[in-house]
Design a protein around this ligand. Structure first.
Ligand SMILES: C[S@@+](CC[C@H](N)C(=O)[O-])C[C@H]1O[C@@H](n2cnc3c(N)ncnc32)[C@H](O)[C@@H]1O
Length: 295
């Protein structure tokens, strides 16, 4: 439809002007190839509609996406921004996708050659969606009905942990990052809502060593508590950190090597953090030569 195409063009133009990454075109997944044994379009459409509403747009084959344009596909923007930091081939690497939703990232990791992919998703509706997408792609991905609170029960370690769209859903974000660090051998990919940096945004609080403890003004390193559903009408949102807070929590959890922050929008941050000096991911490549690494 013409109005959809105009809307798509307008949004791409606005993102380009603002300097944020532009998501791949709506057809990019389709062009990326068909599943090994595509099911009939009618069957896929009916099964996808039976599991609506969807958050992620996943290509199921035979021309069918779980969501059709112009629905947002934020995960595609995240992946496109992450792409320069990823090895061309994930062969040999294991990946844990926390808050996997319909499994878009898990499937991506598997299709890129990851040796083992496990997705955790506590919401049974999303888990059913993930199973449909996995089945459509005949993908060797394991999903478990677990959330971040269950990370301590996982007796396996992973090279890469994906924590995209996750942190602000957690009641205990630092604890979750510590548990992620316990089972992560190399790198965590964090994508999250953040409080945008503003020069005049200050909080006043008591700081300093015991002999010079006094009220000072600080401009970064905080996290806003969200008690109700005031963020996006979603009561499952709890905390919105600023970038410095995310970086500090990652360091406190044991991730010593951090990429530069990459902004996908004014309030969406993408970061890669590694425990290893030589990571399989190229931390320097994230946000390089792009307007999106500004604060
Ligand atoms: C905004 S979506 C992001 C999905 C996906 N990671 C992405 O980036 O597209 C948040 C997902 O996290 C899941 N989630 C919410 N609370 C969680 C928790 N405590 N532990 C793990 N996942 C959680 C939700 O069910 C949902 O699938």
């Amino acid at each position: 439809m013409i109005s959809d195409r105009l809307e798509r063009l307008r949004s791409r133009l606005e993102r380009r002007i603002a300097g944020y990454p532009v998501p791949p075109s709506a057809d990019a997944q389709r062009r990326a190839g068909e599943p090994p044994r595509p099911r009939p379009a009618g069957e896929l459409r009916a099964r996808a509609d039976g599991l609506a509403p969807w958050y992620q747009r996943v290509y199921l084959g035979s021309g069918v996406h779980t969501l059709e344009w112009p629905h947002a596909a934020h995960h595609e923007t995240v992946w496109a921004a992450l792409e320069p930091a990823l090895p061309a081939d994930l062969r040999g690497l294991s990946v844990l996708d926390v808050g996997a939703n319909a499994g878009w990232f898990s499937l991506r990791a598997k299709r890129r050659g990851a040796r083992r992919v496990v997705g955790l998703e506590p919401d049974p509706r999303y888990l059913a969606q993930a199973e449909l997408c996995r089945e459509a792609w005949d993908a060797d991905v394991e999903y478990r009905a677990l959330g971040a609170d269950d990370l301590g029960s996982i007796e396996e370690s992973f090279d890469v942990v994906l924590a995209t769209g996750l942190l602000y859903h957690l009641r205990h974000p630092l604890l979750a990052l510590e548990r992620i660090a316990d089972l992560c051998r190399d790198a965590v990919v964090v994508e999250t809502e953040v409080v945008p940096a503003r020069r005049r945004q200050r909080i006043r609080m008591r700081l300093g060593p015991p002999d010079r403890l006094r009220i000072r003004s600080v401009g970064a390193g905080f996290m806003k508590f969200v008690e109700g559903d005031e963020l996006n009408g979603d009561p499952s949102n709890w905390w919105v950190p600023d970038t410095e807070c995310v970086r500090g929590m990652l360091r406190a959890a044991g991730f010593r090597h951090l990429s530069r922050p990459c902004y996908l929008e004014a309030t969406r941050l993408l970061l890669v953090a590694s425990k290893a000096e030589r990571s399989a991911l190229d931390l320097d490549a994230l946000g390089r030569a792009s307007a999106t690494s500004r604060g």
